[in-house]
Write a protein that binds this ligand. Structure first.
Ligand code: NAI
Length: 334
């Protein structure tokens, strides 16, 4: 079979070369676009990450394509209906980074609680003053976890190790889990009122758009910290900026931002006449957040550990092999 890989790093290339010796493999570090499709016209399999948009147009140019393996959990970059019509199987990687994202969440919490970012900046210029660097203990503080799925559960486990009190809000309540991990489910408003640290681990969809917004931000306990490693648009950026400016909340740590695609690449802003997922105001407010001392921003990096990436390519290899060997596979989306 001819298999075409996109968005591939050198170490991943080596891994697939060593494990798929009987196949013709084509690699590109770029994402798949119309302009680089000629080289893969005869490919039977396609392996991509989320920046390759596999739409109807692309699929129509790949007449021999039999399967797509995306190296991600989400597959909204692939036109699934069109794949169904063309009888193209699609595979994903449903789990790979529960502990990874939870560990990053705590990296952010500890950075805020011990002012690591400010300390680091200071000592690098030879200043060893402790002024304004006093932090706070996590022990005894209350963490409010919004979304107790794979990642939220790990956050609860780690929080337990720090001897924190744990509250949770989820539309689906797993009472057994709560009992095992020793936490309590309460309403979102009560969680906001009672938590010293609020951390988001719910998916982004139409129901969770601006889950934290100008109507409920005032419920948040004064002086609380807000952590978001889930999706930027779970928080109404305008409400967050105002709460920080008014010192209603003491700080925030964000791995994801509403409109982050436009922060990443400012040129993207110029390409669009309309801004599909965010308005210009949000992008400007993101810039304001970037410059606040009590806000820590990481570049959607929570998943990015060596072990998580290894789990992604191991699962992708299993997915490819199960297609080739015509074996049943639980990661088959269609
Ligand atoms: P999951 O699906 O296992 O858990 C999500 C939980 O949120 C479920 O328990 C669900 O019932 C709950 N939920 C759904 N709607 C809710 C609502 N309206 N209010 C409260 N809870 C609600 O997902 P998982 O694996 O824990 O991931 C959570 C999110 O983390 C993902 O959706 C993704 O957006 C984000 N993520 C971020 C990464 C990063 O690198 N920053 C990497 C991986 C995931």
């Amino acid at each position: 079979m001819q298999l075409a890989f996109f968005e591939i790093e050198d170490w991943e290339k080596e891994f697939f070369r060593n494990n798929l010796k009987n196949h013709e493999l084509l690699f590109s570090k770029h994402n798949l676009k119309k302009r680089n499709i000629d080289a893969i016209r005869n490919s039977n399999g396609l392996v991509v990450f989320i920046y390759s948009k596999i739409n109807k147009d692309i699929l129509s140019k790949l007449p021999k394509l039999k399967f797509i393996a995306t190296m991600s959990t989400g597959y909204d970059h692939i036109d699934i209906e069109e794949c169904k019509k063309r009888n193209i199987a699609v595979y994903n990687v449903p789990f790979y980074g529960e502990n990874t994202v939870a560990e990053h969440t705590f990296a952010l919490i500890l950075a805020l609680s011990r002012k690591i970012h400010l300390s680091y900046d200071r000592t690098r210029v030879g200043n060893f003053s402790l002024e304004n660097l006093r932090g706070f203990d996590l022990k005894g503080k209350t963490i409010g976890i919004i979304g107790t799925g794979h990642i939220g559960q790990h956050v609860a486990r780690i929080a337990k190790g720090f001897e924190m009190k744990i509250l949770a809000f989820d539309v689906y309540q797993d009472k057994k889990l709560a009992e095992t991990l020793g936490f309590r489910y309460i309403s979102l408003n009560n969680l906001l009122k009672s938590s010293d640290i609020i951390t988001l681990h719910a998916p982004y969809n139409k129901d969770t758009h601006h889950l934290l917004n100008s109507k409920n931000f005032h419920m948040i306990k004064k002086g609380a910290y807000l952590i978001n490693t889930a999706r930027g648009a779970l928080i109404e950026t305008d409400a967050l900026v105002k709460a920080l400016q008014q010192k209603k909340i003491a700080g925030a740590a964000l791995d994801v931002l509403e409109g982050e695609c436009y922060i990443r690449e400012e040129k993207e802003l110029l390409k669009h006449k309309k801004y599909p997922n965010c308005d210009l105001k949000t992008v400007i407010e993101d810039q304001m957040l970037l410059h606040m001392e009590n806000v820590i921003i990481t570049p959607h990096n929570a998943f990015n550990s060596q072990e998580a990436l290894q789990r992604i390519i191991d699962t992708t290899l299993d997915n490819i092999k199960s297609f080739v060997r015509k074996k049943k596979c639980k990661n088959k989306v269609v």
